[in-house]
Design a protein around this ligand. Structure first.
Ligand code: 5MM
Length: 328
């Protein structure tokens, strides 16, 4: 059953739309574009995206925020029912957001393990078939972040989450996001990837997580956002090198987050990584699970006229097609 979900996620040059921004994040994004972040506007915006006619030519699943899964309707249907009617798999963000770690300015852990089992069982009943848990690692040489202690905590929790999610019948997306923010070099990023992935895959093995029913949601190996853009060839080489070193061949799949890269960078790095993986004989399915890279242009357009459904959907479709083309 979970294997079928994974097959569907990666079939036919499709990927995942991350529309799981917490209320805090979506309100921040809408307010930055001078749109009131009311519940009504959030629903109107998301329904505009979800109502795009050819959505399922490019998207196999959507990660939802709990309010969208539990409460929102579109065309008189609950959102999960609506998505299923379009052959799109509903997913759900199950983490409870970030909390300061050990009073640090630069480190945070992810909340939500205590109530996770109950939540996952409930979300399954409501129609979700995969889930996502995000933890973040901020790189700061000055503060020696991420510390070993944080890596231990976050990877242990990611593995516990994966196990609980699988037991509830939801395919877990483990997302250890190594943030771009800052001026660290690509070598420093790679060093952090090595530490995080080493610990993560050890914890997953220890907790007996089923790799075949597991998806890794990861960033690309890139330099900090304050440094000039990385050459695509370097990103593809460094990223695939890390994959080959840590990811077991039986892993269900890998999807990328965009992490504040431009849509163009996110699409071209994705294409390049897939090319390099094939060349290197690394044959785990790879796709995208983007939020900002797919939504930024559409949201900007929509913010100028929130009743302009048709053109917003056209703008959105163009970026969806570019992401899907990157998989070919
Ligand atoms: C949509 O943003 C998700 C996290 O939301 P909160 O910070 O509000 O909890 C995030 O997990 C997202 O799914 C991924 O980071 C991918 O988004 P990007 O924009 O990096 O592609």
């Amino acid at each position: 059953m979970t294997k079928d979900i994974i097959n569907k996620i990666f079939q036919g040059h499709k990927g995942i739309l991350a529309a799981d921004e917490s209320n805090k994040t979506i309100i921040k994004r809408l307010t930055a574009l001078s749109v009131d972040g009311s519940e009504e506007n959030i629903t109107k915006y998301r329904n505009t995206l979800f109502g795009t006619n050819n959505l399922n030519n490019f998207i196999s699943g959507i990660i939802l925020y709990k309010d969208t899964l539990e409460k929102q309707q579109i065309n008189g249907l609950k959102v999960p029912e609506f998505l299923m009617s379009k052959n799109i798999i509903p997913g759900i963000k199950v983490d409870g957001g970030l909390e300061n770690f050990n009073d640090s300015d630069t480190e945070s852990y992810t909340k939500g393990l205590a109530e996770l089992k109950e939540n996952c069982e409930n979300y399954y009943k409501l129609g979700a078939r995969f889930s996502k848990w995000r933890s973040v690692f901020f790189i700061s040489t000055e503060n020696s972040s991420p510390t070993d202690e944080l890596i231990e905590k976050n990877t242990d929790d990611l593995a516990s989450y994966a196990k609980i999610s699988q037991e509830a019948g939801l395919v877990p997306f483990i997302e250890p996001e190594i943030l771009r923010d800052g001026e660290h070099s690509i070598e420093e990023t790679k060093e952090v990837f090595n530490r995080v992935f080493k610990s993560l895959f050890e914890k997953l093995t220890e907790k007996d997580v089923d790799f075949e029913s597991l998806i890794l949601k990861t960033s690309f190996v890139v330099s900090g956002s304050m440094l000039p853009e990385d050459d695509t060839k370097i990103v593809q080489k460094e990223t695939v090198e890390i994959f080959k070193k840590y990811i077991p061949e039986k892993m269900g799949g890998i999807v990328f987050l965009s992490g504040g890269l431009t849509p163009e960078q996110s699409f071209s790095y994705l294409h390049a990584v897939i090319e390099e993986s094939e060349k290197e004989g690394f044959l785990i399915p790879i796709s995208f699970s983007y939020s900002r890279a797919l939504q930024n242009n559409a949201m900007l357009h929509w913010s100028k006229n929130t009743d302009d459904v048709i053109t917003t959907q056209e703008v959105f479709s163009k970026d969806l097609k570019k992401a899907s083309d990157a998989l070919q």
